[in-house]
Design a binder for this molecule. Structure first.
Ligand code: ADP
Ligand code: MG
Length: 699
């Protein structure tokens, strides 16, 4: 078996030592197997003319012949585009141009016959071609047959050496024609049969040399499934291994602390979602399982109280817990709100941050080691080596995405046993992404807001409306409310950041002048103590307006603040806008978010702002975000292997992802260690995947 795929690349005719070097260095192709798993990025077909009715999948270049009817110019600024309907005897699709709009409009002969060539894509479930090449041809052109031609990803270095796509195609053709050609199956035979999958050898051949689109699609489906399946098997296996090898601490007591707090000091009744999540957490911790749970809940959904109750459970069972937040502001915010909630109880949290003075710090560290501090709240400062617990039983991490992987790994090693871990995130992660990135974690979702919340009213306003905006702010302040006024980081420099913030302050103060109106200000250049002080003043309502950069983005909780104004809102990403908006609407009062921009906006920015105005649903927003940015940019994806997916797209292939996860789970249920002979191919394949960071150990 080890023969064919392991054959060195030099073995191919025409690939001498030099070209082999290039393939190795540039594309990491050493063997025939490597070559065949260097999949084409797309396929081009200029050899035949398709009909619209034949087109199924997107991402392929096609040639069509038919009539073009302009539908006009739409949009303004960067979003301005020219659209036309292409039509043949079988159907129609949309053509769109973003550049050269005027020229296209002028030169196109409406209703006449054209040969159209371009890359098919899908938008809102409909096929279209952006920037097609078009040629005015009254007669249908003759065609000659070369079939679908694969187009391979190449590097600059390859191109410099004149090793082009033709060279790659030749190599692949030779490889596929080698005597002894055989690509072994890597899925269990039963699975292939049950799911009616194309055999692997055929799939690889068809992907490189399809005879038609149907073959290409079938091959893609099979190989996409395979990618997702192995990723899921890996995640689930890690999860299973962890559960077998690390027995969790058993927190089976619901004791006095939890009960007293729950019955006597809980300031509101929990939402059903909070109760459900708490049950899930309880279930994890009371058995032998070591909890590794991701708690997702939109901004303002009430994650903090769940964290507190979980920490009380740890204390009831005689263990210390810690809560780690990404910023000083957020850590002290947690400290104040937990202290307030626990006012009447005889358990007190302690705060440890980078700003804690040396003497106080030493004292805290000593008490921590002696087990005298049941609840520690802090920032990265908790990760330092000299922070030692006596018996750390629970780690809660807030706003998970801000922590690096290595940092979390450190926290993990703070005890001689593995503590339970609860990771809270307000950045809603679409289900598909969660399944792939956090495939080996359990996920809980708070999908319900506390009762009585009114949806935040969001509007997009032009800068020239500032006087009206300011009048509105005056009214809100007169009614006893407070305002956030946020400016973006203009440059990636704190100095400029400060300068622009000062400018921003001057601008606002021109309308709302001190001392009639009072201000707090928070920016990146401040010392932690200063930030805290400014935040506290605002929280205690000693000031009306908080002027800030995005440092207030996460977690700050001032229920009396009802308006969030965001200047240059086009500079913010969707996740950030959503986070910022989540700072208001935290009480029962109607709240507002005002997005202020100039009129020059990119298509993308326009879409972000529209989305914000349209919905307050974090999941919906993160879906659009994923669409606009692609998964590569989402936090946490880099470590997950998700970027190594060559064919599958976690959004478009959601169904396949769900299926692959189910089947992976079934496989492992029957054969957790993959010891059965029929599962040998799976084991072999997994051994080939490079060992990556292990999520289960770091979160
Ligand atoms: P987040 O999930 O964004 O961290 P918080 O935990 O800060 O949200 O909660 C937001 C606000 O909602 C806080 O003021 C909190 O006290 C309040 N809250 C949380 N749960 C409830 C509830 N069940 N009923 C009413 N108010 C709640
Ligand atoms: Mg929070």
């Amino acid at each position: 078996m080890a023969g064919y795929l392991d054959t060195p690349i030099e073995y191919l005719k025409g690939v001498g030592p030099q070209r082999a070097e290039a393939l190795k260095n540039e594309l990491d192709i050493h063997t025939i197997g490597d070559l065949l798993s260097h999949y084409p990025a797309r396929h081009e077909d200029r050899s035949r003319i398709y009909t619209v009715a034949e087109l199924q999948g997107a991402d392929i270049n096609v040639q069509l012949y038919g009539r073009i009817v302009p539908t006009g110019i739409v949009g303004v600024g960067a979003g301005r585009r020219f659209t036309a309907r292409f039509q043949d005897t079988t159907g129609n699709l949309e053509l769109v141009w973003f550049q050269g709009v005027n020229w296209i409009e002028k030169s196109l002969k409406p209703g006449e016959m054209y040969l159209v060539h371009g890359k098919l894509s899908q938008f809102n479930g409909k096929l279209n071609i952006a920037h097609p090449e078009i040629e005015h041809l009254p007669e249908r052109p003759p065609v000659s047959g070369k079939g679908l031609v694969p187009v391979y990803p190449l590097s600059e270095g390859m191109r410099r050496r004149r090793l082009d796509n033709r060279f790659m195609v030749q190599c692949v053709n030779m490889a596929l024609a080698l005597p002894g050609y055989e690509i072994p199956e890597n899925l269990p035979a039963a699975l292939v049969q049950q799911q009616q999958l194309l055999a692997r050898g055929e799939a690889v051949r068809w992907l490189h040399k399809p005879e038609n689109i149907t073959q290409l699609e079938t091959a893609r489906q099979r190989l996409k499934f395979e990618e997702l399946f192995f990723l899921q098997v890996r995640h689930l296996q890690l999860k299973g291994n962890r559960q077998r090898t690390h027995k969790g601490l058993i927190f089976d007591k619901v004791g006095a602390l939890f009960n007293t707090f729950y019955k006597e000091h809980l300031p509101f009744s929990l939402t059903e979602a909070q109760k459900r999540v708490l049950k899930e957490i309880r279930q994890d911790m009371k058995g032998e399982k070591q909890m590794n749970r991701l708690l997702q809940g939109d901004v303002g959904s009430g994650k903090t109280i769940v964290a507190l109750l979980t920490m009380l459970l740890a204390a009831d069972n005689g263990y210390q817990s810690c809560l780690m937040a990404p910023t000083e502001i957020l850590a002290s915010q947690h400290f104040y709100s937990l202290s307030e909630l626990l006012q009447e109880m005889h358990i007190k949290p302690v705060l440890l941050t980078g700003g804690t003075r040396k003497k106080a710090r030493e004292e805290i560290l000593e008490q921590l080691k002696q087990g005298e501090i049941p609840m520690l709240i802090g920032t990265h400062a908790l990760l330092e080596a000299d922070v030692e617990f006596q018996n750390l039983g629970l780690v809660v991490i807030d706003e998970q995405h801000r922590f690096g992987v290595a940092q979390r790994a450190k926290l993990w090693h703070k005890g001689n046993h593995y503590p339970h871990v609860l990771v809270m995130t307000a950045t809603p992660i679409p289900r598909t992404l969660a399944m792939t990135v956090y495939g080996d974690l359990d996920v809980s979702v708070i999908d319900q807001m506390p009762a009585g919340r009114k949806p935040i009213v969001t509007v997009h306003r032009h800068e020239s409306n500032r006087p009206l905006i300011m009048d509105f702010l005056k009214k809100e302040i007169a009614a006893g409310r407070q305002i956030y006024y946020v400016f973006p980081l203009i440059e990636d420099s704190e100095k400029l950041d400060l300068k622009s913030l000062m400018g921003g302050y001057d601008m606002v103060a021109d309308y709302l002048s001190p001392p009639d109106y009072t201000y707090s200000m928070v920016h990146g250049r401040m010392k932690p103590e200063e930030k805290d002080e400014e935040m506290r003043k605002f929280k205690l309502h000693r000031t009306d307006i908080m002027v800030a950069t995005t440092v207030i983005e996460v977690g700050v909780n001032v229920p009396n603040a009802t308006v969030m104004v965001i200047e240059n809102a086009e500079r913010f990403g969707l996740a950030q806008l959503h986070q910022l908006r989540g700072r208001v609407g935290r009480g029962g009062t109607q709240s507002y978010c005002i997005l202020v921009t100039g009129s020059k906006l990119s298509e993308n920015a326009r879409k972000r702002l529209k989305t914000m105005v349209r919905t307050t649903d974090g999941f919906e927003i993160s879906k659009v975000d994923l669409e606009l940015r692609g998964p590569g940019d989402m936090d946490g994806t880099r470590q997950s292997g998700i970027l190594e997916l060559k064919l599958a797209d976690i959004q478009k292939d959601e169904n396949l992802l769900v299926l692959s996860r189910e089947l992976a789970q079934q496989l492992l249920d029957r054969d957790p260690l993959l010891m059965l002979p029929e599962n040998m191919p799976v084991r072999n394949e997994l051994n080939k995947i490079p060992h990556r960071t292990v999520w289960s150990k770091i979160s």
